[in-house]
Design a protein around this ligand. Structure first.
Ligand code: GTP
Length: 597
């Protein structure tokens, strides 16, 4: 155990985590040329395209240092706030972390939030100043920033480049010298932390774990404490580039487990594995059932595809336990599902996977957060509102609460004014402002989560000319003056377009929504009134004027092939439209409320 080191890499997005991990594998000879791919640890196609490590994995390296053999377990952490619970569990499986900071970008919001997570778990932090090869690198200043942040000595900061390989040997030396060996007792009852799982269609769910005490053996009957289910350990092993089966994985080490589980929901990240007959008395702390943060309706474009959509969602859920869904019906859209996601990125991933892997064309309604409503009759009973149209009648309501977050934003001093105005417009309350240097400022806000869902990232980028980084974590529910704004098309309420909006903004947003829908809904053979309403009160109105001319008329006469092309084009365009009453609504219109500015 004294020659094992368990560590992770934490960094702001794009500061070079994957590239550095890749160099470590190279340097320790853990990868042969043939096995080499651009970014080894990102294995899902989608991940590579997005350049984001979505699911965390782990890899074991063997390394000889000063004549001794070491086992280095590198646990990868996903770099997006949607997956911050998984990050926290990966961190909990380690004794140390490489904190990577881009020598040109310096400390950013995720650097800080990930660092706090690591410090909460008492990890040894090794600061790495990365990308020192960049001409725009600013090593002295950025080292100063790191020293200020960590209170370390400048000599503790390792200069490196994942691109050229400079400094990699020093990084490995620091991993061995500075990170403590795991503690734990191999003779105590088994206690292992699940920090990740991966769905394999042939072998079932692969569970990744870190043994804290005891050991886990092939064939042993084990129990997952949170789910209270028992399994046999059909296979255990270590995670080299490929899985390497072993007889036993002992305290301090990291490995994988295969039990034949076919449903990802049975394996909960953060759960404790123990022996079924001689269980540990202590579950590892920090376990949470992950809760979806963002909800949206998903409907088949073609109503006949409902059953197929259900089957696809069920399959998706088998390998992505954080997706939840329940059938719902909408007067406007018919039968579909209300789905819960970890965040907006997760929602996009699911949508994309439905299309790519299951060939489903779907309409997604505007996402919303989960509200708590209380009625005057039963002011103590929470009504969970995951769909705005489920909000009880306003006259019966006692109060409504919405989820809040604490936001961390780091920006340049020049943009502080802009960023503050944006956050205040988004109902944020500033809680802290710190000058990290004369140039760079950290701002903290408490804000409704709903405001982040609604185009916050894009706006922040614009007002800061790209010089702002952002991260957040949930801080619980707070009461809010929310009203439901309904949209009527042709005098008919389209339930899928309803949104819960703060009373003070309802008028403005209702008006903007009508204007936006006017842009997005194609003109038809008749006038279409668009109205926004709160209850029975109409707060705004626009009209889409009837289309008078035949669309093909502008193709002056005889050219048949052009006409046909135009019609084909229209047909394609129609694919993502839904007929609601006698009005055709394109997919973008359902998202209109997200892009009102
Ligand atoms: P996410 O997985 O998306 O969080 O990003 P990451 O932190 O893993 O960053 P990644 O390794 O994908 O690198 C981001 C970009 O920086 C890529 O274009 C890399 O080629 C580049 N990069 C990484 N390390 C270095 C370095 O040391 N020097 C230079 N010049 N570029 C680097």
């Amino acid at each position: 155990m004294k020659n094992i080191r368990n560590f992770c890499i934490i960094a702001h997005i794009d500061h070079g985590k994957s590239t550095l991990a890749d160099r470590l594998l190279d340097f320790t000879g853990s990868v042969t040329d043939r096995e080499k791919q651009d970014q080894l640890l990102d294995s899902m196609d989608l991940e590579r395209e997005r350049g984001i490590t979505i699911k965390s994995h782990a890899i074991q390296m063997d390394y000889e240092f000063n004549g001794e053999k070491y086992v280095l377990n590198l646990i990868d952490t996903p770099g997006h706030v949607d997956f911050s619970y998984e990050v926290s569990r990966s961190i909990a499986a380690c004794e140390g972390a490489l904190l990577i900071v881009d020598a040109a970008q310096s400390i950013q919001a995720q650097t800080i939030s990930n660092l706090y997570l690591a410090l909460e778990n008492d990890l040894e932090i090794i600061p790495v100043l990365n990308k020192v090869d960049l001409p725009s690198a600013n090593p002295e200043e950025v080292t100063d920033d790191i020293v200020d942040l960590l209170g370390c000595d400048p000599e503790d900061v390792i200069h490196a480049s994942g691109k050229t390989g400079f400094g990699i040997e020093n990084v490995l030396a620091a991993v061995i010298n500075r990170i403590p060996a795991p503690k734990g007792n191999p003779d105590e009852p088994l206690q292992a932390l699940i920090f990740d799982s991966v769905y394999n269609p042939f072998r079932g769910v692969e569970t990744y774990f870190r043994v804290i005490n005891g050991s886990i053996k092939k064939g042993q009957e084990i129990k997952f404490i949170a789910t209270n289910k028992k399994y046999f350990a059909d296979e255990v092993g270590t995670l080299k580039l490929k899985q390497l089966p072993k007889k036993e994985i002992k305290a301090g080490d990291v490995g994988y487990l295969i039990t034949g589980i076919k449903d990802a929901r049975e394996v909960k990240v953060g759960d404790t594995i123990t022996d079924s007959k001689e269980p540990t008395k202590n579950a590892i702390s920090g376990f949470e059932d992950v809760k979806p943060m963002v909800f949206a309706g998903i409907y088949p474009v073609d109503t006949e595809d409902y059953e197929e959509l259900r089957a696809s969602m069920e399959k998706l859920q088998l390998n992505d336990a954080s997706l939840i869904f329940a059938p719902e019906s909408s007067a406007a859209l018919g039968f579909g599902f209300r789905c819960g996601f970890l965040g907006m990125l997760h929602m996009e991933i699911i949508q994309e996977r439905l299309e790519r892997e299951f060939d489903m064309t779907v309409i997604t309604t505007v996402p919303n957060v989960s509200y708590h409503a209380y009625t005057k009759k039963q002011p103590d009973d929470i009504i969970i509102v995951n769909n705005p149209s489920d909000l009880p009648d306003p006259s019966t309501l006692d109060r409504v609460e919405e989820p809040y977050i604490k936001a961390t934003i780091i920006t340049k001093a020049d943009f502080v004014g802009n960023v503050m105005s944006l956050c205040i417009e988004k109902r944020g309350q500033i809680t802290n402002q710190t000058y990290l240097t004369t140039e760079r400022v950290e701002l903290n806000f408490d804000m409704p989560l709903a405001e982040i869902v609604f185009d916050f990232y894009d706006r922040l980028k614009t007002v800061s000319k790209g010089y702002a980084s952002f991260d957040y974590h949930p801080i619980g529910m707070k009461p809010s003056k929310l009203v439901r704004v309904d949209i009527l098309l042709n005098a008919q309420t389209v339930d899928a377009l309803s949104a819960l909006i703060h009373a003070d903004n309802a008028q403005t947003i209702g008006k903007k929504m009508c204007e936006k829908l006017k842009e997005l809904i194609p003109r038809q053979q008749f006038d279409i009134p668009i109205q926004a309403a709160i209850g029975a009160k109409i707060i705004s109105r626009e009209t889409i004027k009837a289309l008078r001319k035949d669309v093909t008329a502008k193709c002056y006469g005889g050219d048949i092939s052009r006409k046909r092309k135009l019609l084909e084009k229209q047909k394609k365009g129609k694919k993502r439209m839904r007929q609601v009453g006698n009005v055709e609504i394109p997919q973008q219109a359902f998202m209109a409320v997200l892009k009102l500015n």
